[in-house]
Design a protein. Structure first.
Length: 300
């Protein structure tokens, strides 16, 4: 994060204006951190909604301050207002959508896609803001270094944490969606339809193997281990458990009743195995990822 003024070599009034901008921005970053803490804890919706509203109000206040004060540099003023308005739009629109999605369908792919969009938009706004500050420093001969305050480090760490989490989460949700498609209404599915769904699972597993940046986070492999468990469960399901189901489906087509009791038993065992393992992995993921996020937020 840029914006921390270290030295002014020539113009004091330009320095004071930059200090004002930096102070105003720090208030926004502080409330953003409060919102991220509430969002990560997820202990109650009221806290998240309250911190979102406070962030909206802080942004509105910051915009009024920047608009009201006499600008030493009009170009910087307009860049800061654009940055603040861009963030305000996200807080008023995308953040509200995010809360609504969580209320309706926790951990949906729509939520993840929205989070990615928010991250991309905020990153672009921040890149433009940092460039404006650097240009201002060059224009008035200021020496500006990266902000290394505790708050700045916390925000940087939080962004890194959520980028990692969403990368793992997206892959888990893809596998979860393929798994649900595979087993939903399995008794009524034709063998052709079942094999088609199994092929979708294998495609997702193959795509997962091509991703090279799925590692631990700060030596914590909790989430990647669960993702690997999910992957191994699906590989076993397709290669070892589905064949018993295929046999029954084929016999239904041909009318073959040979060894039907043994085949039916294997069919039921495959379904029971799948239900047991799926439930375990889903519950493990749902209980582990909030603890993972809170652990790494609180550790910084």
């Amino acid at each position: 994060m840029f914006g921390q003024l270290l030295a002014a070599q020539k113009v004091d009034t330009a320095q004071s204006y930059l200090k004002f901008i930096d102070s105003t921005h720090e208030q926004v970053v502080g409330q953003t951190w409060n919102y991220m803490e509430a969002y990560t804890a997820r202990k109650n919706d009221r806290a998240i909604k309250g911190q979102r509203k406070r962030l909206e109000n802080v942004l509105k206040s910051a915009i009024r301050k920047v608009e009201k004060i006499e600008a030493y540099d009009e170009q910087l003023k307009m860049a800061v207002i654009k940055y603040l308005n861009g963030n305000l739009s996200i807080v008023k629109n995308e953040f509200l959508q995010l809360i609504q999605l969580e209320d309706q369908e926790p951990l949906s792919m729509s939520e993840i896609e929205l989070l990615q969009h928010i991250r991309k938009s905020i990153l672009q706004l921040r890149t433009d803001y940092d460039l404006a500050i650097l240009n201002y420093g060059n224009k008035y001969d200021f020496k500006i270094l990266k902000n290394n305050s505790t708050l700045a480090r916390q925000m940087s760490h939080t962004i890194e944490l959520y980028d990692y989490f969403h990368t793992i989460q997206i892959q888990f949700l893809k596998l979860q969606r393929a798994d649900r498609i595979l087993w939903t209404d399995i008794n009524e599915k034709s063998i052709v339809s079942l094999k088609k769904d199994a092929a979708i699972v294998m495609t997702n597993l193959q795509e997962l193997e091509t991703i090279t940046n799925l590692n631990s986070f700060n030596e914590d492999s909790t989430l990647i281990d669960i993702l690997n468990d999910m992957s191994n469960y699906l590989k076993t399901a397709v290669s070892e458990k589905l064949p018993a189901i295929y046999v029954i489906k084929e016999d239904q087509l041909t009318g073959n009743r040979d060894q039907i009791t043994r085949k039916t038993e294997r069919y039921n065992q495959s379904l029971k195995w799948s239900n047991k393992n799926r439930k375990h992995i889903y519950e493990l993921w749902n209980s582990s990822y909030p603890k993972f996020l809170q652990k790494h937020i609180q550790s910084y």
